[in-house]
Design a protein around this ligand. Sequence first.
Ligand code: ADP
Ligand code: MG
Length: 606
Amino acid sequence: MKKGTDRAVDGASKGTFKRLAAYIRHYKTLYAGLGIITLVKIGLSLSIAWFLALVTNAAVYGSEQSWPTLLMIGGGILVGEVIVHYADQVLRTKASASIRKDLREDTLNHILRLPAKCTDKHHSGEFLSRMTSDNQAVGEAMGTTLFGLISNPLLALGAFIYLLTISWPMALLCFAMGPVMILIGGLTGKAIRRSAAGQQEAIGEATVYLQDVFGAPSVVKAYGMERRTFTAFLQRSREIFGWEMKSARIQGGSASASAFAGNLMFVGAIVAGAYLVHIGNITVGSMLAFIQLMNYLVMPFTVLPSMWAGMQQGLGAADRIFKVTDAPAETEELLEDNAAVESLQELRLENLSFSYDTEGGNETENEQTHEGKGLKDVTLTAKAGETVALVGESGGGKTTLFKLLLGMYPPQSGRMLLNGEDARQMDLGQQRSHFAWVPQEAHLFSGTIRENIADGKPEASGQEIERAAKMAEAHDFILEFPEGFDTKIGERGARLSGGQRQRIAIARALLRNAPVLLLDEATSALDNESERKVQQALEQLKKGRTTFVIAHRLSTIQGADRIIVMEKGRAAETGTHAELMTLRGRYFDLYQAQLRETQAEHLDTV
Ligand code: ADP
Ligand code: MG
């Protein structure tokens, strides 16, 4: 199992906020509106303290204003609060949801354009985490948290100024508590951030692990992996719990320290206020306003540390997202759904070489191998209508050759010419539109059979889809399902047999109708009868097209125009069946070995 590659981000890099600000700029009006609402909210809060003093003093000392006026003022404040709270809540959510939407869409847009060398290195669960939990953390930070971080200090400042007008020595004394609160926050902030990052990393790892396990439930059962799986998950689950408790203790400590400081101040304020009333320095109303203002002064300091931690968490998540979106993409834009090209006269590979090891820029894990895995110096020409068969040991580089043809990896040297045009001069979409590929594993998507076949040509008519299914020998079994072509096939085609999946993948490729057909052991999961039928159908299709077949069963490729024996990334032998047989080399050996096998089988059954 691959460990989560993203290390915990301790504190976000400086550029992160700037990059997020670029997202905020798309919503200038929204954020400006929220800024105004924040100010109005602070004003209303302060006016409550003012109103408190007004009413109390009216009761105790007699009023300058009439009671109806007082009631009107109170009602006005109430209505204002209702409206402002509603608008604030909705607009904050709109701000985070908007940022989340844009970021989510940008992230996916980039992930879809990442080259194979990058996606190969990452677990799909990591990408999922970027798009879900990290996305959420950033959204929260850019909405409620951001405005909390702005509005709370402003409220404290407003309360302080108001306090100054009531009694400046008291105000200064109260404000002196501010640094104490900030100190508490500062001491714990970093620890909170650390444990939040640790927690996120542990959750990420558990997600990746679970995704693997949920993806292959029957392997888990067949190998009796339930307990092992559960134990391994327990460990991760306990780790998450550990981090959560660590956060809780730190946050608890911070909260109780600030609560203590806050209460101390509060009690102090009551005592001091009472004394000031007693000596006739301030009115009773002022004292009540004073106590209310103390709340406004203290409260921000108690919530700021956790808000700051939330912001850091969001920035850390943004850092992880940006790490993915900073990885170089293979194309500028999302590739169009490229219609297959009409025809291809000639496909030519000249001294094509490629190595997985140098591609990633990493040193080889096995340092003994002085030559990397991949392809070495492959040269071949295939004309329209020709069939080229690739055979040989597993790991010989056959699939790798297909991946290079499809432009999944760029060759390190040599070139590929399509009708004499260098593939490097084309964009990737154009290059790929020459090929219809049946991968070694079918790689179907959840959805219906029809949808999966139509992936070969999205605009295909129902008739075209049925014809492709017929040619792939899939039509009969499809109609055996009660829902026929509209049968849902489950995750990755889990509700189909291996051979059925393969035939759907073949139908998908046939529907694409591209000039070059790439069949990677496309009939390996079929029984002899279906294989023979699919082969017959393919014979029809091969006319006018170029076909590359990777085959394990040599009997299926004897008629090929050229057979290439791949060995350690090289084309070790090239020729027709007859030529290679007279050569008495590797192909001859492979053929003899398979012949003996089938004869032995034959004898067994007789
Ligand atoms: P085959 O001839 O069986 O289709 P492949 O072309 O799939 O062989 O693989 C050729 C070699 O390249 C193998 O040794 C394999 O381990 C290695 N290889 C395949 N894919 C990758 C990859 N994504 N990263 C690194 N090495 C790979
Ligand atoms: Mg292979």
